[in-house]
Design a protein around this ligand. Structure first.
Ligand SMILES: Nc1ncnc2c1ncn2[C@@H]1O[C@H](COP(=O)(O)OP(=O)(O)O)[C@@H](O)[C@H]1O
Ligand SMILES: [Mg+2]
Length: 294
């Protein structure tokens, strides 16, 4: 594997945008080069340290799921080699960590599916007994498995802000009822297929987030990253017990560290991550990839 990459700088292509973790460049007028850096964001704040191997791991994980789930919904991958769309001296920046994707019209919605109570879902349930307007049985504990997976959409926030949970009615008004229903149905199917598979590999997918776009025919296409440790909450099955915050792979680990930093208000600038946290996090990402794909 190549060295870490905190931020890509591909000058042979027009930069369209930098997200928290990825840079997007235009490839012609209908495709994107999406480069996954080694940046890590937690609580929507980007950390200052690069996490070795993280970009390549996420890219492989996403591509693994895109392929595995392609019978459920079309995805944005083109199969074009990223190395072929950049200059020779830029190739090391994309190796193993980039894709050439169809450029879609993004649907401004985070299609969240939850199989277990956690994070903002747990908070909302404690306050209201519901998540995104979906009434849940009373007496559920933190990390408890839900009677069935639920679709709990969120509005994508601007950089540095938090996504906002919204109910299905609101989403239907914003994007149209039939599109909203299609996204809900596909998201639930994707979650079920992925979580059934992951369970055979010792990983519980507590929740995850999908993003969709429309192609130039108006067809719904799965985009962005899929079922990575960044877009999902993965729990190792062996540490799972409802009632407590399960020990987890990946980001939850950094989150727990950050929660222990006195006085940090979850806004930029972030605290520095100690080298052992960086190393352990890198190892966690690799372990999740191995468990799921090897
Ligand atoms: N095929 C695609 N077409 C258009 N936009 C896409 C596509 N795939 C991903 N995106 C967008 O590219 C960005 C990826 O960068 P990322 O670092 O994940 O950003 P964010 O901070 O918004 O999560 C996201 O805004 C995502 O919606
Ligand atoms: Mg993203």
């Amino acid at each position: 594997m190549t060295e870490t990459l905190y931020q890509s700088d591909i000058s042979s292509l027009p930069l369209i945008g930098r997200g928290k973790v990825r840079e997007n460049y235009a490839v012609g007028d209908d495709k994107l080069l999406i480069v996954t850096s080694d940046r890590l964001s937690a609580f929507d704040v980007v950390m200052s340290e690069a996490i070795p191997k993280k970009g390549q791991v996420l890219n492989r994980m996403s591509n693994f799921w895109f392929r595995k789930l392609e019978s459920i919904v079309a995805n944005h991958l083109t199969g074009i080699e990223p190395e072929s769309v950049v200059s020779e001296r830029e190739r090391s920046q994309v190796q193993g960590r980039a894709v050439v994707a169809k450029r879609l019209k993004p649907i401004m919605l985070e299609a969240v599916v939850r199989g277990y109570l956690a994070g903002s879902g747990w908070k909302e349930y404690q306050a209201t007994g519901s998540i995104c307007g979906i009434r849940l049985p009373s007496g559920l504990r933190n990390a408890e498995r839900l009677p069935e997976p639920i679709f709990t959409p969120a509005r994508k926030a601007a950089l540095g802000e938090h996504d906002e949970n919204v109910d299905f009615e609101t989403i239907s008004k914003e994007i149209g009822a039939s599109l909203a229903e299609k996204i809900r149905s596909i998201s639930l199917q994707l979650y079920r297929a992925a979580s059934d598979y992951a369970a055979t590999r010792g990983i519980l997918i507590a929740d995850t987030k999908f993003e969709f776009g429309l192609d130039d025919q108006g067809e719904l296409v799965l985009m962005d990253e899929v079922l990575t440790a960044d877009s999902s909450r993965f729990w190792p099955v062996e540490g799972y017990a409802p009632g407590a915050n399960p020990p987890s792979f990946d980001k939850q680990f950094v989150r727990d560290y950050l929660e222990s930093v006195p006085g940090w208000m979850k806004t930029a600038p972030p605290p520095r991550l100690p080298p052992e946290i960086v190393a352990k996090t890198s190892a966690k990402y690799c372990e999740a990839l191995e468990r799921l794909t090897c």
